[in-house]
Design a protein around this ligand. Structure first.
Ligand code: UFG
Length: 321
């Protein structure tokens, strides 16, 4: 089996590549190394290619054919909500046109199985205890919109080209499976708090007046290694006969508040942390927790790592990388 992983030098992609090569699969990574790193790719071939370049489709189709790939996992995309609001054109172009190129190359090379990185951002601000895939997506920013459009594109590609696709809607991903594969971008809560501590600054909590037990926002934090295992399960699902669902949430089913995450970081670092309470951040839902019924039923996958595991792995990665 050969899998071509677009964006395989990135944080999440490199974890999936590592697991695939550990189980003896041939992997080809395609990455433009704009946010990914060459050093993250071990046990796989690396093709340096920008999927938004004019000749990307032909080149990608060539590499798919030359490697004998039978599946593709597509990670490469921009993922900053704020940036997407300020510069939607970048997201339309790179996220949507990038996916169009990947799907067209797959069709050309007759690759049938595609796993796509979607996001819980497609849901917007749902006012529910647990977010199920049956909820009508209502993205509230261009980032979430590009992910939702991407899911439609998969549906069209399935119909036109006899493809089989799965879109995984990630909740809040954090932690590191291996120190050298850790998230080096400081865009999300765990790395932001660790960065603040390292700089001797107090982390800032974006609002403590939400309708939640401690007043801070609740999210579903999933360990990147659990998420990577979900991709392996999704590939096996595509290769099997039964495939009742094409859109699956990936989370743990358990919510943690911002203060609970900061407490976990305090435990893992042995440092007392006194956060500063700041104003709310625009567009933050009070609570976003994943319903895991569908992915458990479809893939037989469930997370096995806790919030403490996530935070400890992130702390260890900063220490050991
Ligand atoms: N937060 C703080 N202080 C900070 C940073 C974050 O209080 O300095 C809070 C946020 O308000 C939020 C929580 O921590 O309540 C998590 O924030 P992140 O920015 O880490 O993550 P988001 O939940 O906003 O978004 C993440 C991904 C998105 C994805 C979304 C889907 O970053 O790409 O999950 O659920 F779309």
């Amino acid at each position: 089996m050969t899998t071509l992983v677009v964006g395989g030098a990135g944080y999440i992609g490199s974890h999936v590549v590592r697991l695939l090569s550990e189980r003896g699969e041939h992997v080809v990574v395609v990455d433009d190394l704009s946010t990914g790193f060459r050093e993250r790719v071990t046990g796989a071939d690396l093709v340096e290619l920008d999927i938004t370049a004019p000749d990307a489709r032909e080149k990608l189709a060539f590499h798919l054919r030359a490697s004998g790939a039978d599946s593709v996992i597509h990670f490469a995309a921009h993922k900053q909500v704020g940036e997407s609001v300020a510069n939607p054109e970048l997201y339309w172009h790179d996220n949507i046109a990038g996916l169009a190129t990947v799907l067209a190359a797959c069709a050309n090379a007759e690759v049938r199985d595609v796993v796509f990185s979607s996001s819980a951002a497609v849901y917007g601000m749902p006012d529910v205890e647990l977010v199920t895939e049956e909820l009508d997506p209502r993205p509230i920013n261009p980032y979430g919109a590009t992910k939702y459009v991407g899911e439609w594109m998969l549906t069209d590609a399935e119909r036109a080209h006899d493809m089989r696709t799965v879109a995984l809607r990630y909740f809040n991903v954090a932690g590191a499976g291996w120190p050298e594969l850790a998230d080096t971008q400081v865009m999300n809560l765990v790395p932001i708090v660790l960065d603040a501590l390292a700089a001797g600054r107090a982390p800032i909590v974006f609002g403590d007046d939400y309708d939640t037990p401690d007043g801070t926002c609740i999210r579903d934090y999933v360990h990147v290694l659990d998420l990577a295992e979900a991709h392996i399960a999704a590939l096996d699902y595509l290769r099997g006969d039964e495939r009742p669902h094409r859109v699956l949430n990936v989370g743990t089913g358990t919510g943690s508040s911002v203060l609970e995450v900061i407490d976990a970081i305090s435990r893992a670092t042995g440092q007392e942390i006194t956060p500063e309470i700041g104003p709310r951040r625009a567009g933050d839902p009070a609570k976003l927790v994943c319903s895991t019924d569908r992915i458990r039923g479809s893939l037989g996958w469930e997370s096995s790592r806790t919030l403490d595991d996530i935070v400890e792995s992130a702390v260890a990665a900063r220490r050991d990388a």
